[in-house]
Design a protein around this ligand. Structure first.
Ligand code: P6P
Length: 338
């Protein structure tokens, strides 16, 4: 019976029993994100064949040049979340401000969703894997009130669910609702995400470190010393420049991912709300750790704005603890240990 196909829909519905208060809304929301992932996957897989490669003549809130597929993925996610009737607003890397979603059949939706619709999209034109990252919060304002910014400025510890989709050699959706992490591989022959990675647990240590070595001389001393240590320890450097892909490898095989501050990004490059928090939620649920370079736990960080950046170090718990030692030993500033 163990190798019986378990689809994402079936799994989500079964797990709904994990939530005493669950009334099916979160289930519906997760299923709609799965639908959006299938639609985006279809376009990502044929991006080279249709006029959807290349860039729009505009840039997003991060100042990044927007890829056409970014905008396509962004719109599809918004459309699917709008249809779900369970989401009252979204915040996306591609939108300067949050987007309120009108009620469906006057139903007061309880959830807000943050997402990076196509993370690593600069890799699209060279056929390197990219991903979607999402996080789901319970709105803080009254169910019938206007959505406000504070509905989004919630700590990662308040996430109800989070996950990512990696459009790679296969398309895998990985998510958690706070009861462990499970991965589902899309079977194109039946158009279903099927359970393929049950109860993912990250190895306590691993053989990979993932950092943009090109910035080595721009990192603080403690980061350079730690990277030297990784190299001296014969760890293998793997860095794709697509966070979802780099994190997925580490989640499955063990290792550590670092994006420290640089001169160009003094507060770090990656976005707290829709990159760091959802992936840190997944990482901790799988037994890993996620901190910033001042040693504060990512999920405890107080968001102050939608597109806030953060430094991040995440991965195998023993390796993150080891990295902390280098900060304690070499940092010229006092760390914020939470
Ligand atoms: P760099 C992609 O643009 C992204 O947001 C993440 O997916 C990735 O980890 C990072 O930026 C890569 O940044 O500066 O190394 O090119």
């Amino acid at each position: 019976m163990e190798n019986r196909i378990i689809t994402l829909d079936e799994f989500i519905i079964r797990k709904q029993k994990d939530f005493s208060y669950a009334t099916g809304e979160l289930t519906g929301l997760l299923r709609d994100i799965g639908v959006a992932a299938k639609i985006v996957n279809r376009e990502v897989n044929k991006a080279g064949l249709v006029n959807i490669l290349g860039t729009e003549e505009e840039s997003n809130s991060s100042g990044d040049t927007v890829q056409k597929l970014d905008m396509y993925a962004n719109q599809k996610l918004i459309d699917c979340l709008r249809n779900s009737g369970e989401c009252c607003a979204i915040a996306s890397e591609e939108n300067e401000d949050f987007v309120t979603i009108p009620p469906v059949e006057d139903k007061a939706a309880k959830y807000v969703v943050v997402f990076d619709p196509l993370d690593g999209s600069s890799n699209i034109d060279v056929n390197v894997s990219v991903g979607t990252i999402f996080g789901i919060y319970r709105r803080q304002s009254g169910d019938n009130d206007t959505v406000v910014l504070d509905d989004f400025l919630q700590k990662g510890t308040d996430l109800i669910a989070a996950g990512y989709v990696i459009y790679g050699t296969s398309t895998i959706l990985v998510y958690s609702t706070g009861n462990g992490v499970n991965g589902f591989t899309l079977d194109p022959s039946i158009g279903e995400f099927c359970l393929s990675h049950r109860d993912i647990k990250i190895p306590a240590s691993g053989g990979y470190y993932s950092v943009n070595q090109g910035y080595y001389l721009k990192f603080d001393l403690e980061m350079r010393r730690y990277i030297d240590y990784c190299s001296d320890s014969n760890l293998r450097l793997r860095y794709i420049g697509s966070m979802v892909s780099d994190i997925h490898r580490i989640l499955i095989q063990g290792g550590i991912f670092l994006y420290p501050n640089t001169r160009k990004y003094p507060k770090g490059k990656l976005r707290l709300l829709y990159e760091c928090n959802p992936l840190s939620f997944i990482m901790e649920q799988a037994g890993g750790k996620a901190i910033n370079t001042k040693l504060a736990r990512i999920l405890e960080m107080e968001p102050r704005e939608l597109h806030q950046r953060s430094t991040i170090v995440m991965g195998s718990p023993d390796m993150v603890d080891e990295m902390k030692e280098f900060v304690m030993r070499y940092s010229t500033e006092s760390p914020t240990i939470v």
